[in-house]
Design a protein around this ligand. Structure first.
Ligand SMILES: Cc1ncc(C[n+]2csc(CCOP(=O)(O)OP(=O)(O)O)c2C)c(N)n1
Ligand SMILES: [Mg+2]
Length: 322
């Protein structure tokens, strides 16, 4: 792959930013000031970055409960995201949504849904609108392996294939739905085969390896944009933490030890950084400078969130249908 040093640096910045933001959330969560459940994407960061790096600002992304990486990689505003976790008026959903309802339409992050598979049909609808207007946008929907067990997944694939809509279905296959493993839920674990049932081209990437995701996503997104119809991209990855909240997943006895070993042996940040340095893709000093700048940005975002006002009591019903 021919990437310039500038592109490599941009990818690294996006990757380390998600990692560091989530580590900061973990550090401060025990203070109980963030009144929202959190689903961390530690270990899965490369998927968001590898996919979103191919998107234009006006392309659409629809996210799920594990939303932080998608939001940040698509260009969502960091202070507004942190303020949302603190349920503040300055949050990206005005403090009413929390971590599972991040939204920033200005940059094409159209919404996140706590309903498993909930945003898959939304992406199909957005792609339909784009096709109808002829504005050449693609719509990406991120979902987990368990979302592929919902009826709406199949309905969405069928309609998208039938109308040749520019949808990119991205499955982050971390093998688990809360605490049940894929092998305990499905006869056929080859998820790409389900796309094949609708004649949708399927791609697979190593979700721990940013360059693998970047390469596969590039081909998949280009195909969707060229009018050939929807594509499916499966990214194999491992989440580092429990299903939600913070802490060590090792204390939970449902995880196979080989999954956990695999997870911690294959750190997306380390894999990418080692490649950069081994192949001299960018100067080491630039990497260190990014780490420092990102730390400062995160400090400022948390301060902004902590100092922001809560929604006024009398306005809690605002934004609700009456
Ligand atoms: C329709 C629906 N059913 C069940 C739940 C409860 N639930 C929340 S997350 C989750 C598992 C999701 O697993 P997966 O789609 O693989 O995503 P991951 O958490 O692994 O990223 C479940 C069952 C829900 N939110 N919505
Ligand atoms: Mg899963």
């Amino acid at each position: 792959m021919n990437l310039t040093a500038e592109q490599i640096i941009r990818l690294y910045r996006s990757l380390i930013r998600i990692r560091k933001v989530e580590q900061k959330i973990e550090e401060l969560y025990p203070r109980d000031e963030m009144k929202t459940p959190v689903h961390l994407s530690l270990g899965q960061e490369a998927v968001s970055v590898g996919v979103c790096s191919h998107l234009k600002r006006e392309d659409y992304v629809f996210s799920n409960h594990r939303s932080h990486g998608h939001y940040l990689a698509k260009g969502g505003d960091l202070p507004a995201m942190i303020a949302e976790l603190y349920c503040k008026e300055t949050g990206c959903a005005a403090g009413r949504g929390g971590s599972m309802h991040l939204v920033d339409p200005q940059v094409g992050l159209m919404g996140s849904s706590a309903i498993v598979a909930g945003s898959i049909p939304h992406a199909v609808g957005a792609a339909f609108a784009s096709w109808y207007r002829g504005d050449n946008r693609v719509a990406v929907t991120f979902f987990g392996d368990a979302a592929m067990e919902e009826g709406v997944f199949f309905e969405s694939l069928n309609l998208a294939a039938l109308r040749k809509l520019p949808v990119v279905f991205v499955c982050e296959n971390n093998y688990y739905a809360v605490c049940s493993r894929l092998s305990a839920r499905q006869v056929n674990e080859r998820l790409t085969a389900r796309a094949g049932a609708f004649d949708i081209p399927a791609y697979q990437a190593d979700g721990s390896d940013l360059l693998s995701v970047y390469e596969q996503a590039g081909t998949a997104i280009a195909a969707a944009r060229s009018g050939q119809g929807p594509v499916f991209l499966e990214c194999l990855c491992q989440r580092w933490r429990g299903h939600n909240g913070i802490g060590d997943p090792g204390r939970e006895n449902y995880r196979r030890s080989e999954d956990l070993d695999d997870a911690f042996r294959r750190c997306p940040v380390e894999i990418f950084k080692n490649k950069i340095l081994a192949q001299n893709l960018a100067p080491e000093a630039d990497i260190a400078a990014i780490d420092e700048a990102v730390d400062g940005e995160i400090e400022a975002a948390f301060l902004f969130a902590q100092q922001s006002p809560l929604p006024k009591k009398e306005e809690l019903g605002r934004f609700l249908f009456e």
